[in-house]
Design a binder for this molecule. Structure first.
Ligand SMILES: [Fe+2]
Ligand SMILES: [Fe+2]
Length: 481
């Protein structure tokens, strides 16, 4: 049996890290918690799956290149998770996070088990009639609908991996995460070696993690054994079972400081460094994950980031500060991934309990971003976007004197974008109506200085847009002469 050993730093990248450069894994492992909460999993699910998958790879003696690609595939395997949350919620008429969590503990390829699971959970607070109607909705979607749900998630996840400039083998592992060894998985029903090896490892690792945290190590190894040759590649199950004897390893998987454990498993001569461009890509990628959670917010984070940077420029912030504010805009709602689509997509006023759940999302953003050195200084600004000058905002009720200008301008950008977008309970509002609503809240809720800067920026951008469209029209006319 191979045992886990860690050497002193010797590689070029390790020396770069000792010189104060940021490791990509440090940011990615912390941000993966946002994906965990979207999936209804305990924080650390992706990180623990990473440890388990890397331990299997060690047993198989995979080369460094493959282990590096696998490492990031395991941490980012759920990047597409938000893209099917709204549909999942609609199909089951229930909390998408609970459905996603519980689906990982059953064998959904068995019709009887799947029916029992669905009947218990559809419209779970409704009457028998509502449950029957909801089952009819699911039956109409059928096998094709289930396949599409997985396909959307996998393709979206792989696209975002490519956006992060990670290896194609990482993207393919995410793309084929839910394929099963016997060909009964989704979305393409690939069989055995048709499924990329890294995807086979990730599929096994994530299931073992769920059973480990839910039922313990004995049951986790048992589910792998029971599904050997069905869901899982027999060779990988054998490697896992061999690693099952490594008690030091399994203790490390269950430690609360999972992030420091993850760092140890990135191949040492392939440590990835996060430069400024890589950090921007991560912020943009997670903005896309957040915006995909609900059809009503599909461009919200990117829109808020753009408006916030525009206001910051008007207010004379430096280029570096504008850049930081743009990143805070991209990531401000990352905590929304922990809120059910039952609430986010509700076509009406939330109940008191639902509002309590909504109010948690800036706190989640604060906690997630606060874990990352590169984002820590942004976490306070990002998490204050629902605070009001009069102290009646959330999640902390911070009043004007304690809200930095960056936080106040982000709140203005957030309201402006939200009012101009369509919502489940209303159409998008015209600019005059947006101005009227925002003006009413100046001084008590919204910062007047930031609002004035917003108007100035909007005037300039609308002139620039008009000039650009006129130039395009002139170009078109000239090309037709
Ligand atoms: Fe928000
Ligand atoms: Fe927002």
């Amino acid at each position: 049996m191979i045992t886990t050993t860690y050497d002193e730093p010797t590689t070029i990248n390790e020396r770069l890290v000792t010189l104060g450069n940021v490791r990509l894994s440090e940011i990615v492992s912390a941000m993966s918690v946002a994906l965990d909460i979207t999936e209804g999993q305990l924080p650390g699910h992706a990180a623990r799956s990473c440890l388990i998958g890397m331990r299997i790879a060690q047993e198989l003696q995979l080369c460094d290149e493959d282990r590096s690609a696998l490492f990031y595939a395991l941490l980012l395997k759920d990047l597409g998770c938000s893209s099917n949350a709204a549909k999942m919620c609609w199909l089951f008429g229930a909390d998408d996070r609970l459905i996603k969590r519980d689906l990982k503990t059953i064998n959904w390829t068995k019709a009887a088990e799947c029916f029992k699971f669905s009947w218990k959970r559809v419209a779970n607070s409704g009457s028998t009639l509502q449950k029957v109607l909801q089952m009819a909705v699911m039956a109409r979607e059928g096998e094709k609908g289930a396949r599409q749900l997985v396909q959307t998630r996998c393709e979206r996840g792989a696209d975002i991996v490519r956006m992060l400039n990670l290896p194609e083998s990482t993207a393919l592992a995410v793309r084929n995460l839910d394929e099963h060894y016997n060909g009964k998985g989704h979305p393409d029903g690939l069989k055995a070696d048709e499924i990329p090896l890294l995807a086979r490892i990730a599929c096994l690792a994530q299931t073992v993690e769920v059973f480990l945290t839910t039922y313990g190590l004995v049951d986790a190894l048992e589910v792998a054994r029971a599904r050997r040759g069905q869901w899982f590649d027999p060779q990988l199950v054998d490697a896992l079972l061999a690693a099952g004897l490594d008690s030091t390893f399994w203790e490390s998987v269950q430690r609360p400081d999972f992030r420091s454990e993850v760092d140890k498993w990135e191949p040492r001569d392939r440590l990835m460094i996060a430069d400024e461009a890589a950090i921007d890509r991560i912020a943009t990628a997670f903005a896309k994950v957040v915006d995909a959670k609900s059809p009503w917010t599909h461009r919200h984070s990117e829109g808020v980031a753009k408006i916030a940077r525009g206001i910051a420029a008007e207010l004379g912030f430096s280029q570096d500060q504008q850049h930081d504010i743009w990143r805070a805009g991209l990531l401000h709602d990352v905590g929304k991934l922990g809120v059910s689509n039952l609430i986010l997509d509700k076509p009406g006023r939330p109940t008191d309990d639902e509002f309590v759940a909504i109010k948690q999302h800036p706190d989640f953003s604060f906690q997630i971003l606060g874990q990352i050195d590169s984002f820590r200084h942004l976490s306070e600004i990002a998490a204050s976007h629902h605070e009001r000058l009069d102290g009646r905002g959330y999640f902390r009720g911070t009043a004007e004197e304690n809200l930095p200008l960056e936080a106040r301008l982000l709140a203005v950008a957030d309201v402006c974008e939200a009012l101009t977008a369509k919502r489940p309970y209303r159409d998008e509002l015209p600019p005059e109506k947006v101005a009227e609503i925002m003006s009413r809240d100046l001084g008590s809720g919204l910062c007047p200085v930031s609002y004035e800067a917003l108007q100035s920026w909007q005037d300039k951008t609308s002139v620039a847009t008009r000039v650009e469209s006129q130039l395009n029209e002139i170009d078109r006319l000239l090309s037709e002469m």
